[in-house]
Design a protein around this ligand. Structure first.
Ligand code: FAD
Ligand code: NAD
Length: 405
């Protein structure tokens, strides 16, 4: 009998978890499995704010995909997915094409700019190792250039972070630790540096526990962050940003660095391939398959699932992506064995922890609120757990976070 061809697109939390579990459950003779990813490495998307601020080297946040897969069972293909031709069961890559019987789409997220003018041209986003490296280099360039100019431009040292969601806040936490180091390295007066966070909603971390949010805001303010709440970025320009409160109140904030951390959408490949989607995310069936496509599973940030309790989508997280990967692998194993009774995916949210730099954090885990060193310890344990689940104990030893206070 011909072995079914399983193709997994994306080696992020969702795709790599599917591959990791599948290689444990499916025998060499049961399926022909291919894993496709743009780069030959996996990066910890959840650590990219650290690489962006420069508090962690970008090589610490990535590792070779071939090192964590069983090469007897899974073939890794480095390639960029351009389109999925569902009618023909083919995937078009930049450098070739692949046929599939079953497909897993785990292509992750892209920045959502909501059509705001100038953002694509003048703002950075924390989305990959390449973008993180660029942000770190850009900020460093601004510091290095400041003292070179006859007429010093203080706005060069202003950094705007758009959005006080979890990404924005975690990046600010790292930035406030990095700036004093940069000031020392480039002989820059700390008081000349401005870090401004612009948030459209009336509060930081909208919807999160207010007591924990107050703690985070006060810690970041103490380290020099200026919050502009209830204020939306309306435009980005070569000189900075235009912000507004309502229709009439408009103000320019001059800045040498703009980091847009104000939202994500699913991969653009989804829409290009003709799937019905909301901002690049497919509302999946309970078994994680795309409606109308019984041979296509969707995991991670490309999948949309509704939290029935509040009738709103679950926020896209690594936690959910990894849990989906596990269920997806079990469902694929069932299908390859001719079983059609597939498992339903139900997220098991264990909590949310938001770092505020290397030694501080806020969070709720297993129903308990925590702040400071305890929360920071929990965050590192979560990071190490993800490494363990994707690459076992050797990966934890190689890349794990052990700087625990
Ligand atoms: P990803 O893990 O991003 O992986 C997508 C993969 O697909 C990547 O390897 C990428 O290179 C590849 N790819 C993309 N496009 C193509 C293409 N066209 N062709 C080939 N390959 C492609 N969530 C949490 O639960 N906890 C956290 O603490 C947390 N912290 C975060 C911190 C930051 C700074 C950010 C940005 C996000 C954070 N998240 C966190 C959210 C979490 O990172 C995402 O929800 C998660 O990464 C989604 O997993 P995924 O597998 O869908 O995508
Ligand atoms: P988000 O959508 O959660 O937050 C974006 C923020 O930007 C919102 O507060 C929004 O009000 C604001 N915003 C939108 N438009 C704006 C504008 N024009 N001007 C100013 N502010 C504007 O996005 P995110 O923070 O990138 O998070 C993406 C996903 O990743 C979420 O699901 C999040 O839960 C997850 N994540 C989790 C963690 C963690 O668990 N520690 C860390 C980072 C990200």
């Amino acid at each position: 009998m011909r072995k079914p061809k399983i193709v997994i697109l994306g080696a992020g939390y969702g795709g790599l978890m599917t591959a990791a579990k599948l290689q444990k459950t499916v025998g060499v003779n049961e399926a022909d499995i291919k894993l496709v990813n743009k780069n030959d490495y996996h990066y910890e998307t959840t650590w990219l704010h650290e690489a962006s601020a420069g508090t962690l080297h970008h090589d610490r946040v990535r590792y070779e995909i071939r090192d964590v897969i069983d090469r007897n069972k899974i073939e890794f293909i480095q390639g960029t997915v351009e389109e999925i031709k569902t009618e023909e069961k083919r995937v078009i890559l930049e450098n070739g094409e692949l046929a599939y019987d079953y497909l897993v789409v785990g292509l992750g997220a892209e920045p959502e700019t909501f059509g705001i003018k100038g953002l694509k041209e003048y703002a950075f986003s924390i989305v990959s190792v390449n973008s993180a490296r660029q942000i770190r280099e850009h900020i460093e360039y601004q510091f290095a250039t400041y003292n070179m100019e006859a007429e010093k431009k203080d706005e060069r040292l202003a950094i705007v972070v758009g959005g006080a969601g979890f990404t924005g806040i975690e990046f600010l936490g790292e930035l406030t630790n990095r700036i004093p180091e940069l000031c020392r390295e480039y002989d820059v007066d700390f008081h000349k540096v401005k870090i401004i966070c612009v948030e459209a909603a009336p509060m930081v971390l909208p919807g999160f526990d207010p007591e924990l949010v107050n703690y985070a805001v006060s810690q970041l303010e103490k380290k020099g962050v200026e919050f502009r709440i209830g204020t939306a970025i309306k435009e980005a320009t070569p000189e900075g940003i235009i912000v507004g409160k309502g229709e009439d109140e408009v103000e320019e904030i001059k800045a040498g660095t703009i980091v847009w951390a104000a939202g994500v959408r699913g991969s653009s490949v989804i829409e290009k391939s003709g799937f019905e989607a909301m901002r690049g995310r497919i509302k999946v069936q309970p078994d994680l398959r795309a409606p109308g496509h019984d041979d296509v599973f969707v995991v991670g940030d490309c999948a949309l699932i509704i939290n029935e309790e509040i009738n709103r989508p679950f926020p896209p997280t690594a936690q959910i992506a990894m849990q989906q990967g596990e269920v997806c692998a079990r469902n694929l194993a069932a299908l390859t064995r001719g079983k059609n009774d597939l498992e339903t995916f139900t997220p098991d949210i264990k909590g949310t922890v938001c770092s505020l730099g290397d030694d501080d954090a806020i969070g709720i885990a297993f129903g308990k609120k925590m702040v400071g060193g305890k929360a920071s310890f929990m965050k590192k344990m979560i990071d190490n757990r993800a490494l363990y689940m994707l690459g076992g104990p050797s990966l934890v030893l190689k890349k794990g976070k052990f700087n625990i206070f």
